[in-house]
Design a protein around this ligand. Structure first.
Ligand SMILES: Cc1cc2nc3c(=O)[nH]c(=O)nc-3n(C[C@H](O)[C@H](O)[C@H](O)COP(=O)(O)OP(=O)(O)OC[C@H]3O[C@@H](n4cnc5c(N)ncnc54)[C@H](O)[C@@H]3O)c2cc1C
Length: 353
């Protein structure tokens, strides 16, 4: 994907700092001695990432490490988020397997850069300056889907609507109501995504995660604490999830999905670039959307950002919004709602950079 006339390039080989310890590895992770890197200088650790390693001090002779997937340098993140805005990442790694994920973590470690796992970018707002570290985009290659009895074994990179459709077609209920959540299973587990009264916390029995050192472990459900749109999984990359489902006739599930899909189409600006709900519902009788609506903010526009006239908890990119427009609109909404209703809204969207 390296193109002429832009700043991106595919990283092919590089160096490893003497201080960087080899990762412990685990199931699915092969031996890794060093990681691909380019001529780029080591950058200081920046805020905003999940993990941040110490800067490397000196560079020994280069050791070539090949990724099965791709590594892109100075890659615009707008194309990896549903908001379609935001600046570039120092590196975007598109891993082909778990081994590549470990190599990407090594890359961050070696260069002293923060790293971040990304799914379909449907719950993130990337600042205009971008992310000065390694974005590990979990998608193809890590998108396995398998039914073993009533248990779904699912790669973190599988799109959640696909999970909902495939399980429904196979005659299993539990995630059918996630049909309109446009993220990945990994992002869904990490965020405890949910819709129409169901959430990942209810069906997950085990998550396979990789820690910042590249070690893979299976975390049983009882060790994970889920809250509304959050988990305590911490500084890990979710690789896989096991979900306990129950048998249900496919026709019934498909009919329900069609109904939910119609509801979404009518009630949310689903054809405009956005991140879904910007704020968490505060609890109590009124949703964040109701509070924003009551505060007279539907249609409020700042630059290219607009509080959707269709659903007040969606701030959409009308075409040329910058992250700064969206952040200013968020601040205006938050202050106005606090003043008019006394409720302090909390962000659901993750701000990156
Ligand atoms: C139109 C629209 C409708 C939406 N409707 C809903 C809804 O009904 N319910 C709902 O809950 N959400 C909804 N969302 C928000 C979003 O789709 C969910 O939160 C989704 O689960 C995010 O998944 P993702 O893969 O896009 O995660 P990203 O946006 O890529 O990432 C979100 C967070 O999860 C982390 N993350 C992502 N993947 C991994 C991984 N493999 N390992 C570790 N951490 C990871 C990221 O670091 C980040 O902190 C909607 C969004 C849009 C745009």
């Amino acid at each position: 994907m390296a193109r002429k006339n832009d700043r991106r390039k595919t990283v092919a080989d590089g160096r490893k700092s003497p201080g960087a310890k080899p990762h412990a590895g685990g199931a699915g992770v092969g031996k890794r001695s060093a990681v691909a890197a380019s001529k780029a200088a080591v950058k200081p650790v920046a805020k905003g990432g999940k993990g941040a390693a110490k800067p490397a001090a000196a560079m020994p002779p280069p050791a070539k490490v090949k990724f099965r997937g791709r590594v892109l340098e100075n890659e615009p993140l707008a194309r990896y988020t549903t908001y379609r805005l935001g600046g570039p990442a120092r590196y975007v790694v598109l891993p082909a397997d778990a081994d590549d994920v470990a190599k990407a973590l090594d890359l961050a470690q070696d260069r002293g850069l923060p790293w971040l796992a990304l799914g379909l970018g449907s719950n993130v707002l990337v600042k205009d300056a971008g992310f000065p570290g390694v974005v590990i985009r979990i998608g193809k290659g890590l998108d396995r889907f398998e039914m073993k009895g009533a248990t779904a074994i699912v790669g973190a990179g599988l799109a959640t609507p696909l999970l909902a459709r495939r399980t429904a077609e196979a005659g299993f209920a539990g995630v059918e109501r996630f049909i309109g959540i446009p993220g990945t299973v990994g992002g869904g587990v990490y965020m405890n995504a949910g819709a129409h009264g169901a959430e990942f916390a209810e069906v997950l029995t085990e998550a396979t995660v990789m820690d910042a050192k590249g070690k893979i472990k299976q975390v049983p459900r009882k060790q994970i604490s889920f809250k509304y749109r959050s988990s305590n999984l911490g500084t890990v990359v979710v690789l896989e999830a096991k979900l306990a489902l129950i048998e249900e006739p496919p026709a019934k599930l498909k009919e329900m999905q069609a109904r939910l899909f119609r509801w979404r189409k009518a009630g949310t600006p689903f054809d405009q670039p956005c991140c879904g709900s910007v704020f968490k519902n505060p609890g109590g009788p009124r949703t964040a959307g109701m509070l924003i609506d009551e505060s007279g903010l539907k249609g409020f526009t700042l630059g290219g950002a607009q509080v959707s006239p269709l659903h007040a908890n969606y701030i959409v990119n009308t075409g040329n919004a910058t992250a700064s427009d969206v952040l200013k609109a968020i601040e205006h909404v938050r202050k106005t709602v606090a003043k008019k209703t006394g409720v302090e809204l909390e962000l659901e969207v993750k701000v990156i950079g």
